[in-house]
Ligand binder design. Structure first.
Ligand SMILES: Nc1ncnc2c1ncn2[C@@H]1O[C@H](COP(=O)(O)OP(=O)(O)OP(=O)(O)O)[C@@H](O)[C@H]1O
Ligand SMILES: Nc1ccn([C@H]2C[C@H](O)[C@@H](COP(=O)(O)O)O2)c(=O)n1
Length: 268
């Protein structure tokens, strides 16, 4: 485990211009993160795509329950897990395929959406904010989501994780990589036409607050604006396996199986 001294200050930089000035005095690496995050955040709030008050929640990432500073880069070299991010629009079939991958290849399936919904039903301090955000089809502050993912990863012995529905935005991605110190090994992208996604979501009938036509339209807009840039980033990094999500569940899984068979050498 490593501790990088300046990181605990990062969340403050986002909100306090005078601390931004301090960052400039502290070195290039710190400065780059602070400036990028600041301008990106302003853009997202202006576009009404994220919750404005997330800055305060972002503090949650860097504090731990016992009050000691959080460790940045929380995987030891010996225990760096194999991570597959699973992305795609709402209803593209991420959750369905993750369940099959987990069973066939021994992965632990962590769904960011499920973890957030669990927070709502457990009446946690962030429950009301998460419910309002999901109902609006927007993205929950990274700090909140990463804390939940991190908690699960730390409590599970398995070393192979499917992280479903995360990162949803460049801000999610940058925060995750900064905090964990790792990138995903691969990224699955389920490519599905919008009309098929709408049909699947409306047919899901699981009582989700966001499975209605108004929220779906917003989620599709958020997906195009915020999630596609993440997919483009990892495409440039040579990590994306794009899967045509049209077809029966088993037909799609055959394409997925091929990806994991091809990656067997990388998966310990
Ligand atoms: N290939 C498929 N063909 C038809 N229906 C499918 C297919 N894959 C999944 N479904 C159905 O579509 C609905 C949405 O699937 P799923 O929940 O897996 O999508 P998702 O990408 O995880 O969605 P979300 O991001 O909204 O959680 C479910 O009812 C599921 O049974
Ligand atoms: N990284 C994430 C993942 C999910 N959410 C919120 C917003 C989504 O519309 C909702 C449902 O997620 P899904 O089950 O479709 O993966 O959860 C988020 O804010 N950030």
């Amino acid at each position: 485990m490593s501790m990088l001294i300046p990181d605990p200050l990062e969340p403050f930089l986002i909100f306090h211009p005078w601390l931004l000035n301090l960052a400039f005095a502290c070195g290039a690496r710190f400065r780059e993160f602070a400036v990028t995050t600041f301008f990106f955040e302003v853009f997202l709030i202006e576009q009404d795509l994220i919750q404005a008050p997330y800055r305060l929640n972002f503090l949650g990432i860097l504090s731990t329950e016992n009050g000691t500073p959080a460790t940045i880069g929380f995987f030891s070299k010996e225990k760096t897990p194999f991570i597959a991010f699973v992305l795609g629009g709402p209803g593209s079939g991420k959750g369905t395929q993750c369940a099959k991958i987990a069973e066939a290849f021994g992965f632990t399936h962590l769904s960011a959406g499920d973890l957030l919904r669990k927070e709502i039903s457990s009446n946690s301090e962030n429950g009301a904010m998460i419910l309002a955000t999901i109902t609006e089809g927007k993205i929950v502050p990274s700090g909140v989501t990463i804390k939940l993912i991190r908690r699960e990863m730390e409590s599970i012995e398995n070393n192979k994780f499917l992280i479903d529905g995360f990162p949803r935005s460049e801000e999610n991605r940058i925060a995750f990589e900064r905090i964990t110190g790792v990138e995903p090994n691969i990224v699955l992208f389920f490519d599905c036409p919008e009309d098929e996604m709408v049909k699947r979501v409306l047919g899901r009938k699981q009582g989700r607050v966001d499975d209605n036509i108004d929220t779906i339209k917003k989620r599709l807009k958020v997906f195009a604006a915020l999630n596609l840039p993440v997919i483009n980033h990892y495409t440039r990094r040579g990590k994306v396996y794009k899967i045509n999500a049209v077809g029966t569940i088993d037909e799609v899984f055959e394409k997925v199986r091929q990806v994991f068979d091809d990656c067997k050498q990388m998966i310990k």
